[in-house]
Design a protein around this ligand. Sequence first.
Ligand code: GDP
Length: 644
Amino acid sequence: MDKYNERYEQIAPTNLVAQKDTGVKKQKINQRSAQRGKPVLSRKQKEEEKLRRLELERQRRQKLEITIPDEITVGDLALRLKVTAAEIVKRLMGVGVMASVSQVIDYDTAALVAMEIGAKVEKEVVVTIEDRLFVEEEDSEENLQPRCPIVVVMGHVDHGKTSLLDAIRNTNVTSGEAGGITQHIGAYQVQVNGEPITFLDTPGHAAFTSMRARGAQVTDIAVLVVAADDGIMPQTVEAINHAKAAEVPIIVAINKIDKPTANPDKVKQELTEYGLVPEEWGGDVICVPLSAKTGEGVNNLLENIQLVAEVQELRANPDRLAKGAVIEAKLDKGRGPVATILVQNGTLHTGDIVIAGTSLGKVRVMLNDKGQRVQSAGPSTPVEITGLAEVPSAGDIFNAVEDERLAKELVEKRRTEAKEEVFKAYQKVTLDNLFSQISEGEMKELPIIVKADVQGSVEAVKQSLEKLSNDEVRVRVIHGAVGAVSESDVMLATASGAIIIGFNVRPDPVARDNAERDGVEIRLYRIIYDAIEDVQSALKGMLAPKYRDVDLGRAEVRQVYKISNVGTVAGCYVVEGKITRSANIRVVRDGIIIADDKLSSLKRFKDDAKEVARGFECGMTLEKYSDIKEGDVFEAYIVEEYRD
Ligand code: GDP
């Protein structure tokens, strides 16, 4: 019964109901007179009345029908439910969610609370411009047809990426082929046993990851080039981790086997240290020894690419509006904005209206990788197009659309969003906001990139950090290497939402600028233990705040007294700012800090003082340091907690 009363009080305060219902007023009078006369009966009446009103209230609420979007603030939900925000906050606590009025809660939580209050809930369907503009329906089985794989070549500098891409292109060009020489448009296709393979013609993981950072996932297979005479080098490791982060299967091309110093087995051995176990050693990674110079083994590589692609069962629907990604784009003097795009689904035709990022236009001329004019391009085909109004960015998603007016609207919306994005960058994961992101359920995994001065530290940190994983968050070191924090590290961090931890290394200037621009956190440490402790505290939401000294003022020692039982008293004159009782004191003699201590007393004449301002004299004693001399300067400061 008590519970019932409480509940009633919550949702139907007496005065509120009283205004609507005259019967209640009467009841109230009854109650008062009853209090004087026969309390037992009135109490029963009161309860009955309460129950009745509660039932009425419940019925009224039952009729309340509201819609709730994917996300809603507590305050907004309260408005829609016609209750106070405090009521919602209280009920949220009941289901274990701590939220303030301005905080956003998800649909499920909001619906739970609304239903508990008795409202009928429906999900608010938000139709975005994208929804109206793009045909996003799933392709049905019968529409799907096999498409060829899209391959990227990565590896350490000078290991032969460019040579390999050239060799592959050349194996394919038979002398009689029309327009035999391929143009550089950023991607090309070769025929292997009558089946095409598309190669991205920009070697290296920088292009690959910057595209991924913009949201385009275009590649199906990564070929990792490792020179057999050099073995695994820092950028090889980067490439491995970039491919792994993108969950793209890796085929290893062990290059330069024509060289006498080539040692393919050593390469394989080293690969295992990075979790890539060659097939012939019982693993699942295909390693193809080859020479980009002589061409030996190149066909073998191509056949293996087809093999891996077959397993992936890559398919697309050629009979729909085209969708894909921008590979390269530039402004051509004669032709205007030129973009190489890779169709991922559907077919692109000349005359189609396309939107890429914030660029809109009608496809005017379409050239294939051989420089020939084509009228259409199906899935996995790279083509160069003209007709866009402005130069898009590599990695922008492009869509062919039907409604030009709507597309214009979308371009406007994207422009605004791009501006907002700049602000949002500051909301990226940092150790400081990690815990709140975990609590809000936004973080399931904390990706970390570790850079250190020696390999031993990288390994040690990696293992210790990964051990910190708990039920809620998995800590995963997605890349670890020796060397300064580089541009490529920041790019990987942006693409993967990772934070970067460095030991005895510093970010290079470009990396620092990019990290600042993209809101990527770089934490630098000298001691491994500190880093581990910070991550651990961050996971628990108990990251120790940072401290800094804040100067308060300066005083000159004019006279020194030795007083028995008290110690050394410095007679001072405050020359700048103020001295407070709780301050720390740096004793400076001839420009050198000779002691750092705390005040143990601060007096004006005989009286204790809380603070002494500039232009006044005072007596000070320090807790420990007593070897004070005339002419010393006392610098008062406090230690302040701060977050950045
Ligand atoms: P990238 O920086 O990875 O693109 O490497 P390059 O393709 O520019 O090659 C670097 C150097 O290695 C060049 O001098 C190439 O001629 C040489 N090179 C590439 N592949 C081979 C190979 O299979 N055998 C030999 N002997 N040299 C190669």
